[in-house]
Design a protein around this ligand. Structure first.
Ligand code: PRX
Length: 650
């Protein structure tokens, strides 16, 4: 980046932590037991000696054999808990079976149609053992890859845990992706077995998954067996000798299975994520470091207690689900809610109803969902009893201050702090995040988690305050990815070469004078308007703060004079009507919020924005439309019809 990013939108509101919340929090209790008086001292002590902090946390888990060294850091390669013998599944399941948690509910699952299933730790443990035995019989061994292509059903965590139990490496592909995505990833990982389902329910429709997979199976030569869960009960073609039903193989297996004693650094999973160019990146995580990192962050950031009902409303197919639906909650012995469906089906009250029905106490979702809730209005949360909520979370993209305030008021009844957690597939765990004991500013992800030194730097690596720059991490953390599967050079090149030994996140952010971080978006989402760098997220945030706007997406449109001018696509709240007057009002509003430079040259009203299935706006598609270029591959788009809407608005 040649110039600093101009930061034009400033948010001044603050929310202090509630003394009662502080007093009962896991982090405060931990600090008391380590003679640490306050947050500042916690940071000072843990940053001074990160091995001390992580060693303390690692001791809360069980090791088959102790490690000799907490960290071996030869940038950019880290080994954590060196020479230890460990298995994440021993800690997530086996150890609970010996305690009073044995019969505690691990998962409450609700289908889209409202069917409910509950699995206790003991039941989950036995199912995992059965599948682990079945996988072994199929010849799956330590280090082999298993491709998992399952919807949000209980068999998904079971499949992941069964692989990990025997030391196989799982590679979950989000079930909303087309089969081509599975094919590409399974081939990259050379998966030996695939686990899928007949189908799943989406907005009342029966989506066929096995049929979709069959379209590409001939092109995945490494797969020897396909295990099929009968979830919807629809007819599926089964290939003799290759395809087997989950229930049929599991009923033959014993519910006992030894957990493989692995090395700390043995791989746990590959999760593919998109990079700026071409091929997806196979982010590789390991057993011990990932376990310690996710366990610790869930314990301290979301403050899970045995009495809590935790709901992370992500899909297990993303890192948020891997870390905070599957592994960390089980490591904590928590009760989690897991949901097959979407927030607004059959009506916009679905999530609120479920929070009320199960007495959810901690709720973690994405800003896109919050903005969807805003669009439908306050009347929906008001219909339900949300009094059990005590803590809220946000992840995945910057949450606009207006959405933060709405969430705080309508979900949290103004009493629940919001943990806006910044992290990535690559980081595995929360990195820049509030704690329940810290003062919050809406729209800021607060400060780095204890031990982590994050910074904002210019192109030459100089630290910046109050202006935008590259978000980098200067210290290793246990849940860090270890490499890109099959592409170690890209690991070094993409993340560690711009500033050697320092992790380049690919995000731009700002640090204010109090050390709070404000994430502005991915580096390539930054506009250059008349020599000023402006984050699309900031303009979007300004637009969303107007009462008529539910959601917006901002992209750069090439302009001879300005370099780029701002093009904004806007979804209005239901009660507002599109008009030229409203366009002018919105321009004026952005002008007043950020400054004339950020006022959009073009505003188009649309019903929908092109989004990936994880809810992220696909700016690439919007950019192509604005530039009158070919939109390219839109197979990962959740709502292809939105592209026509862009055409009409232009
Ligand atoms: O741009 C940041 C954004 O999501 C990116 C990581 O995406 P992914 O690997 O798919 O993981 C998403 C879930 C952790 C980041 O580079 N991001 C994530 N959390 C936040 C965020 N942007 C702003 N605020 C956040 N809390």
């Amino acid at each position: 980046m040649s110039k600093n990013l101009d930061t034009l939108l400033k948010e001044e509101r603050k929310f202090e932590a509630d003394p009662e919340m502080i007093a009962q929090s896991n982090i405060k209790q931990w600090m008391d037991s380590h003679n640490i008086k306050n947050y500042e001292e916690l940071i000072e002590k843990s940053n001074e000696d990160l091995e001390w902090f992580w060693n303390e946390m690692a001791q809360e888990l069980e090791w088959f054999e102790p490690y000799n060294q907490v960290l071996d850091w030869k940038p950019p390669h880290a080994q954590w808990f060196v020479d230890g013998k460990f298995n994440i599944v021993h800690n997530a399941l086996d150890r609970h079976i010996k305690t009073s948690r044995k019969n505690k509910v691990a998962y409450i699952w609700e289908s889209e149609a409202g069917e409910v299933k509950k699995l206790t730790y003991f039941e989950l443990y036995r199912e995992v053992n059965r599948l682990a035995n079945a996988l072994k019989k199929m010849g799956v061994k330590k280090g082999d890859r298993v491709g998992i292509y399952l919807p949000m059903i209980l068999e998904l965590p079971i499949a992941m845990l069964a692989c990990a139990k025997i030391g196989a490496i799982h590679s979950v592909v989000f079930s909303g992706f087309w089969a081509k995505a599975f094919q590409e990833r399974a081939n990259d990982a050379k998966a030996k077995v695939a686990i899928t389902a007949d189908g799943f329910h989406r907005r009342g429709k029966d989506i066929k998954l096995k049929d979709t997979l069959d379209m590409v199976m001939d092109d995945i030569p490494s797969i020897e067996k396909v295990i099929v869960v009968q979830n919807t009960g629809s007819n599926v073609g089964m290939k003799e000798g290759r395809d087997v039903f989950w229930d049929e193989i599991l009923k033959k297996e014993s519910a006992k299975c030894e957990t493989e004693q692995l090395d700390s650094e043995d791989p746990l999973f590959i999760l593919y994520t998109s990079g700026t160019t071409g091929k997806p990146k196979g982010v590789l995580h390991t057993h011990a470091g990932y376990a310690v990192g996710t366990y610790t962050t869930l314990k301290f950031v979301f403050d899970i207690k045995d009495s809590d009902i935790w709901w992370c409303a992500a899909d297990v197919g993303w890192i948020t689900g891997h870390s905070y639906i599957v592994y960390a909650p089980l490591l904590m012995g928590a009760t989690s809610l897991m949901f097959e469906g979407t927030p607004d089906y059959p009506d916009p009250g679905r999530f609120w109803k479920m929070i009320g029905d199960y007495g959810v106490s901690i709720f973690y979702t994405a800003p896109t969902t919050v903005r969807l809730f805003m669009k439908y209005g306050e009347k929906w949360p008001q219909k339900y009893d949300l009094n059990t909520l005590r803590l809220l979370g946000s992840v995945g993209e910057p949450i606009n201050p207006e959405a933060w305030i709405w969430y705080h008021k309508n979900a949290g009844n103004r009493k629940c702090p919001i943990m806006d957690t910044w992290w990535q597939t690559e980081t595995g765990m929360h990195i820049i995040t509030p704690l329940p004991i810290t003062e919050l500013k809406p729209g800021s992800t607060f400060k780095p988690f204890p031990t982590i030194q994050a910074d904002i730097v210019d192109d030459d690596g100089n630290s910046l305050t109050e202006s935008g720059g590259h978000l980098v991490l200067k210290t290793p953390w246990p849940a860090m990815f270890r490499t890109l599967y099959g592409d170690p050079d890209r690991y070094v090149e993409a993340y560690w070469s711009k500033f050697p030994g320092i992790y380049l996140s690919g995000d731009v952010a700002r640090k204010d004078k109090n050390g709070y971080f404000w994430i502005q978006g991915r580096e390539d989402d930054v506009l250059n308007v008349a020599g000023h760098r402006i984050s699309t997220a900031e303009v979007e945030s300004a637009l969303v703060s107007h009462p008529a706007v539910a959601e917006s997406a901002v992209v750069g449109k090439p302009d001879i004079l300005k370099g780029e001018e701002i093009a904004a696509f806007v979804i209005l709240k239901q009660e507002f009507e599109a008009s030229p007057q409203l366009k002018n009002q919105l321009r004026e509003h952005v002008r007043e919020s950020i400054g004339p430079i950020a006022s959009p040259a073009f505003i188009g009203f649309v019903d929908d924005l092109p989004k990936t299935r994880s809810g992220k706006i696909m700016r690439r598609v919007i950019k192509a439309k604005v530039k009158e270029e070919d939109v390219g591959d839109i197979s990962t788009l959740a709502n292809p019809e939105s592209v026509d809407g862009l055409d009409r608005a232009l």
